[in-house]
Design a protein around this ligand. Structure first.
Ligand SMILES: Cc1cc2nc3c(=O)[nH]c(=O)nc-3n(C[C@H](O)[C@H](O)[C@H](O)COP(=O)(O)O)c2cc1C
Length: 230
């Protein structure tokens, strides 16, 4: 099967999505489409390299918002029916809101609209599906309560990206999620993969439900459900 897999900038369901993408790439031709924020967020969770490793070659490209400028020519492949399937996983509340309102101003939202025009089935896994609280995982974080404010910060010394510039916060835009800071702090002041509870907004849930009514779009609750549709 030839598949387009679009990733947006959500931490929720990100690891599960990348794991499934890696597995499917062994037997399918997959082009990966990254939103600008997903490039950043993938790095924060240490997953960017895994995505680059499975890409390369015609129809196996890693397409990004930056490469595709403002008219997103690569998304035209969907309107020409060059793909059997488009998967958007995970889908942020931002991208879902745009899709249900017919807005196409990013690589991912252009892929979805062109897939609709080309009759390519689209599976979307929104992160905001049901009202209530959900548990989600954070990237690396400096826990001030445990920080001993050492004269020489071992974590900062170990960070090759220079992401720990002050002893208050990690600059996530520089972080590549390698975890070296966590291992080097003798006080365990760096957490990685901490589980937090976030509240789902009604507006985002409503938008996800609007997706269900859209032609050619199938909404799934979890990346695990994707396999049944391949
Ligand atoms: C560490 C991190 C995790 C995030 N996780 C989520 C998430 O789970 N769901 C969400 O809707 N937005 C999340 N965001 C915010 C999006 O990245 C942001 O809204 C972005 O503008 C979405 O752009 P996109 O839809 O084009 O990818 C996260 C941001 C960061 C820094």
């Amino acid at each position: 099967m030839r598949i387009g897999w679009a990733i947006t900038g959500a931490g929720h369901f990100l690891k599960e999505s990348v794991e499934l993408l890696t597995e499917l790439a062994k037997n399918h031709e997959i082009t990966v489409f990254l939103s600008q924020s997903s490039e950043e967020v993938l790095k924060m969770y240490g997953l960017y390299e895994r995505v680059t490793e499975i890409t390369g070659g015609y129809y196996k490209e890693l397409a990004t918002d930056n490469d595709q400028k403002f008219s997103y020519p690569i998304s035209g492949r969907f309107s020409l029916g060059k793909y059997d399937l488009l998967i958007v996983s995970p889908a942020t509340s931002n991208s879902v809101a745009k899709i249900v309102n017919g807005i196409s101003d990013t690589l991912v939202t252009n892929c979805v609209s062109q897939a609709g025009k080309g009759g390519v089935q689209t599976l979307i896994i929104p992160v905001d599906m049901e009202l209530g609280d959900v548990h989600t995982v954070l990237p690396s974080k400096l826990e001030l309560g445990s920080c001993a404010d050492c004269k020489e910060c071992e974590a900062a010394k170990k960070c090759l990206e220079g992401a720990i510039i002050s002893k208050t916060e990690i600059n996530l835009l520089k972080c590549v999620g390698c975890g070296k800071c966590k291992d080097s702090c003798p006080y365990g002041a760096i957490s990685e993969g901490k589980i937090v509870t976030i509240h789902m907004r009604e507006l985002d849930i409503e938008n996800s439900h609007k997706l269900v009514l859209m032609e050619g779009i199938y909404v799934l609750k979890h990346p695990d459900e994707i396999k049944k549709h391949i």
